[in-house]
Every structure is written in structure tokens, then in C-alpha cells.
Design a protein around this ligand. Structure first.
Ligand code: ZN
Length: 229
């Protein structure tokens, strides 16, 4: 696998963390698979420490962002970008305003994960405005900065979603399509941490070269496993 380990300096690996440690609230069915143990989270952080081709992002504004992730990032001198659902802040198990300010003070970046964590495909114009414009205003006010980057809820988008994001002057869009991304590109694919991630998963995500479409990822993972016996 030597050739695949070579780091391509013209591309980055974007990682997405959702929640870490014991879940403090009832999880949605689709969240179950992405909530990772503290131990697995630390293994990922240790693997990316010192790598300038890895970007760490957090979605959903879970309280574990501050309670568990932040001290472990700081221990390793890592920074990350936190995408917050503006309308859910302060709810049980989520970050509150004080938590958001704590992230900023620690040198972390804030982006938008919309308003209410809904699927952005097929939104009516009014909901789209709340998700992609008003959410930013609330986060601007809260952070004292212009929030111009978004992470798409559920990684669910189509050309209409992208058109609306362009109209809203969003400067970067993080999806969940997997594989590597070009550092400066507007659309950035990411790789979500899985609850059952292991050393092989970490190696595959961090050291693979070709950006694989999401639908190919499982097949590719199985192929790699076979090749390794
Ligand atoms: Zn989300």
C-alpha cells in the first residue's frame, strides 16, 4: 500500500465529528452511526496531529464539542471549525451561547449548519431563507464575526441548494461526499467519523489518494480489505 500512503499536497482530507462520548440526549436514528467514543475520537486526533493536510470539522453543535472535544484539541494544539444549527443552540445536549464563545476564545472557527437541522432539498423559499440567511445573522451577532461558511445538514444537497447558497454569498460549502478535496474549492467533501471506526478506517481515510464518490466508498473499502487479506 506504499503508493497510496503518499500525501498529495494539493489535496486535503476533511473530517466531520458529530458527537463524542455518551450521548446526553435522545439521538435521531441517523445520528446513532456517527456518535463516537472518547477513545476512538482520541485515536483520530492522534493520527491527524502534525498533518497540515487534514481539516477537522464538527457538526450539530453538541455539548460534547466543548465538554469533551475542545480540551483534547487544545492538548494537541489542533484547531477545528464548528458548524452550528443556530435555532437549536441552548437546547438540551446542545451548545449554549457561552459554549460558542468558549470555542471562539480558544481559537476555533464557527460556521453555520442552518437553523433547525432539516434537509435543505425541497425547502420552500421562506424556510430556505431561515436556514441559509437568518441563521447566519444570528451567528454573526453571537460571534461578532461574519459567518460565511456552511456545512450541509445530512450532506443532502442538489443544484437548487447550491444556487441558494451562492445567492446567500456563502464562501465555502462542506458536504459529506467522502474522499479528499482541493484546499481552496467552494465545495468541500468530508468524511464522517463512524461509531465503529478502527485503525483501518483511519488509514483508509487519511491516506487514500483518489477522491471517491460516496457510493463507491463501501465497495472500495471492501476491495482494500480483500487486497490486504
Ligand atoms: Zn448535522
Amino acid at each position: 500500500m506504499g503508493a497510496l500512503r503518499a500525501v498529495n499536497p494539493t489535496s486535503v482530507v476533511n473530517l466531520t465529528v458529530h458527537g463524542v462520548g455518551p450521548a446526553p440526549r435522545q439521538l435521531d436514528p441517523d445520528e446513532d452511526g456517527t456518535w463516537v467514543s472518547v477513545d476512538r475520537f482520541e485515536r483520530v486526533l492522534d493520527a491527524v496531529t502534525g498533518r497540515d493536510d487534514v481539516v477537522i470539522t464538527f457538526d450539530d453543535g453538541n455539548a460534547s464539542d466543548v465538554d469533551i472535544a475542545l480540551p483534547r484539541l487544545l492538548d494537541r494544539k489542533l484547531t477545528a471549525e464548528f458548524f452550528l444549527p443556530a435555532g437549536l443552540l441552548g437546547q438540551p445536549g446542545r451548545l449554549d451561547y457561552a459554549g460558542v464563545r468558549q470555542l471562539l476564545r480558544a481559537g476555533m472557527s464557527i460556521g453555520s449548519h442552518g437553523w433547525a437541522h432539516v434537509n435543505w432539498r425541497g425547502l420552500d423559499p421562506q424556510r430556505a431563507r431561515q436556514e441559509m440567511v437568518e441563521a447566519h445573522r444570528v451567528l454573526d451577532e453571537l460571534t461578532g464575526q461574519r459567518v460565511t461558511r456552511v456545512a450541509v445538514p445530512f450532506g443532502s444537497y442538489d443544484r437548487h441548494v447550491l444556487r441558494r447558497l451562492r445567492q446567500a454569498h456563502v464562501t465555502r460549502v462542506y458536504t459529506s461526499d467522502g474522499g479528499r478535496a482541493r484546499p481552496g474549492s467552494w465545495l468541500q467533501s468530508r468524511n464522517s467519523l463512524r461509531h465503529d471506526l478502527d485503525a483501518e478506517w483511519i488509514d483508509g481515510v487519511l491516506n487514500s489518494v483518489p477522491p471517491l464518490p460516496a457510493r463507491m466508498k463501501k465497495l472500495a473499502a471492501r476491495t482494500v480489505k480483500r487486497m490486504r487479506g
